[in-house]
Ligand binder design. Structure first.
Ligand SMILES: [Zn+2]
Length: 365
């Protein structure tokens, strides 16, 4: 039996909740994580129509990008669309899980998906996050080094980009004197002991601190472990906002805009003055991404593609870049395919369905 908690674990191994923005509300919004999953419906938004679709398809778990509960709710009744959706979900025993800015912010998340849909190469995070990494230094007898390194690695430490098992060690002499109440692995009470030890260094994401330290305690032979944890200022290349990449060949601005319109299936692109310069470097941010405009310019992008751009914000492009607004729904609707592909790889015993409900509240004449 697969429980909702099992699906959440798959989702959060990919897009940890720790990577959502401070204003966000991703996670299990409605329902009981202990329930068995009968079917999964993947949608961009959760609306009443999406809950109806879940009922019709025998799904009791809706996974959406946008959290239907975003700000605090003081009343849950049928007087607005949020209340109607939540009430209907609860009445029909349907859980709602949202994977929002945490999925935007991870490598292989929303923005990488948009970038690959546009055929970009060498895709990387446009604005990498800082203060998401820590370093563990721990001292261990030489003969126990491998067991400890394996345990740290299993807990998720030592991954840098496409490399795992990354660590550094140097051998030296550790010294200690156990007192009468100690129960030392090596040595005797009140006698100074010297042991050849390795000093091991590994990096890990901050959100894994508990898991990594528990693995260290489990695998280390000493009663008292000498270790320290340091916060790193390094940019985390795997986590952050937006994505940037390059087209294999430069193409003209008008050709690219037409290609963009076709690829993202949008009815309308609003864009700033063209610069008579071919497009090759492309920055993207699904949803409202104008806060990344200067990052895109600094990174040398020829065009920045996002949505929800206001009139005065278009001026900020100032001929330094082409700024293109393709619509919020259009920029993120393919997130459904991204989640579908990920879950289909990991889950085989439960039906994973793509929602067929169009939730875009905006129409174009
Ligand atoms: Zn959005």
């Amino acid at each position: 039996m697969t429980r909702i908690a099992d699906v959440i674990k798959i989702m959060e191994t990919w897009a940890p909740l720790a990577y959502q923005e401070s204003y966000d509300n991703a996670g299990l919004l409605v329902g009981d994580a202990a329930d068995a999953v009968k079917g999964i419906l993947i949608s961009l938004d959760t609306t009443e129509e999406v809950i109806d679709e879940a009922i019709a398809k025998g799904c009791n778990l809706v996974i959406a990008h946008h959290p239907i509960i975003f700000k605090g709710l003081k009343k849950i009744n049928r007087t607005n669309y949020i209340g109607r959706t939540v009430v209907k979900a609860i009445q029909n025993n349907i859980a709602i899980y949202a994977t929002h800015t945490n999925l935007d912010n991870v490598h292989n998340g929303v923005n990488f998906h948009i970038a690959s849909r546009l055929g970009l190469q060498n895709i990387r995070v446009l604005s990498p996050k800082k203060q998401t990494l820590q370093k563990l230094v721990v001292f261990v007898p030489v003969e126990d080094t491998k067991v400890l390194l394996d345990a740290l690695s299993s807990a998720g430490a030592g991954v840098i980009g496409n490399y795992s098992g990354c660590s550094f060690r140097v051998t030296g002499t550790g010294s200690f004197t156990p007192n009468e109440t100690a129960n030392p692995y090596i040595g005797q009470a009140n006698q100074l002991e010297e042991v050849i030890e390795n000093r091991i260094e590994v990096m890990f994401p901050t959100y894994l601190t508990g898991k990594v330290l528990a693995a260290m305690r489990q695998a280390h032979p000493y009663e008292e472990i000498a270790y320290y944890v340091t916060s790193l200022e390094n940019e985390n290349q795997e986590v952050g906002s937006g994505a940037i990449g390059t087209l294999a060949e430069p193409i003209s601005e008008t050709q690219f805009l037409q290609f963009l319109k076709d690829q993202m299936q949008t009815g309308c692109i609003r864009y700033t003055a063209l610069r008579d310069k071919p497009i090759q470097k492309v920055a993207v941010c699904g949803g409202a991404g104008i806060f990344l405009l200067n990052d895109a310019i600094r990174a040398g992008a020829d065009i920045f593609i996002t949505s929800d751009v206001k009139y005065h914000e278009f001026f900020d492009a100032d001929k330094r870049i082409v700024l293109a607004d393709i619509g919020h729904y259009e920029s993120e609707v393919f997130t459904k395919d991204l989640i579908f592909a990920h879950l289909s790889k990991k889950i085989s015993n439960i039906a994973v369905n793509l929602s067929e409900t169009t939730t875009n509240p905006v129409f174009y004449l």
